[in-house]
Design a protein around this ligand. Sequence first.
Ligand code: SAH
Length: 222
Amino acid sequence: MAIVKPVDSYRHQGLRKLLVQNIRQKGIADQQVLNALETVPRHFFFDSSFLEYAYEDKPFPIGAGQTISQPFTVAFQTELLLIKKNDKVLEIGTGSGYQACILAELGAKVFSIERQKTLFDRTSKFLPVVGYPTIKTFFGDGYKGLPTYAPFDKMIVTAAAPYIPEALLEQLKPGGILVIPVGGNDVQTMTTIIKNADNSFTKKEYGAFRFVPMLEDKAKEV
Ligand code: SAH
C-alpha cells in the first residue's frame, strides 16, 4: 500500500507556532533550531488517532516500546550540536524520524541508525514521502556507529546510554561534537563530548533528562 503524505493544515501550523513559543520560553535561544521546529510538521510522525498530542511539549509512544522525544529535548540536543550546513551527522535511534528531519532542515547530511526492524522499515519508507529523501537510514546497532561512513562532524544519541561507546568517539572528526544522554534507566545526564584537534576529549554536562534505554544486544528483528 502506498504511503500518503499527511496534510499540514493552518491549524497544525498555528499549534506549531505556539509550541515553538513555549520552547523558546523554556530557554532555547538558537533561532535556526526554533525555525526548524516550526517547519517540520511533528504530527506527521503520529498515528492519525493521536494527532491532538503532536503539539504538546511531551514525549509520545511510537510503537515497538519506543517514544518520539519531547520537543524541548529535541531542541536542546539539536542546539548543543551547533549544526552548520553540510555537517555530516550520525544519529543513533532513528525512531519516528522526527529528530532526523530537524537535523536535515538545518542543512545537515543525516545518517541515522535504528536497531528495531519494524521502526526501521516504517521510517525509512516514510521519510522520502514527507520530503526528506536525503536522510540515510540504517538497520543496525548504534553502539558500533557507522564505520563505513565515518568520520562524522557531529553525533547525537537519542536513547539513554549506560556509557559512552568507544566506537562513537573513534568515528568523530577532530573538532566534532557528540551529544549523548548518559546514565541508567531512570535518569540520564545530557553530556557533550568535543574531540579536540590533538584527539583528546572535553566533556560537559547539561542536567537531567529521561530517555528510553539504548539497548546493547545486536540489532533485533522485531
Ligand atoms: N530520535 C527518535 C527518538 C527515538 S527513541 C525520534 O525522533 O523519534 C530511541 C530510539 O533508539 C528507539 O527507536 C530505539 O529502538 C532506538 N535504539 C535503542 N537502542 C539502539 C541501538 N543500540 N542502536 C540503534 N538504535 C537504538
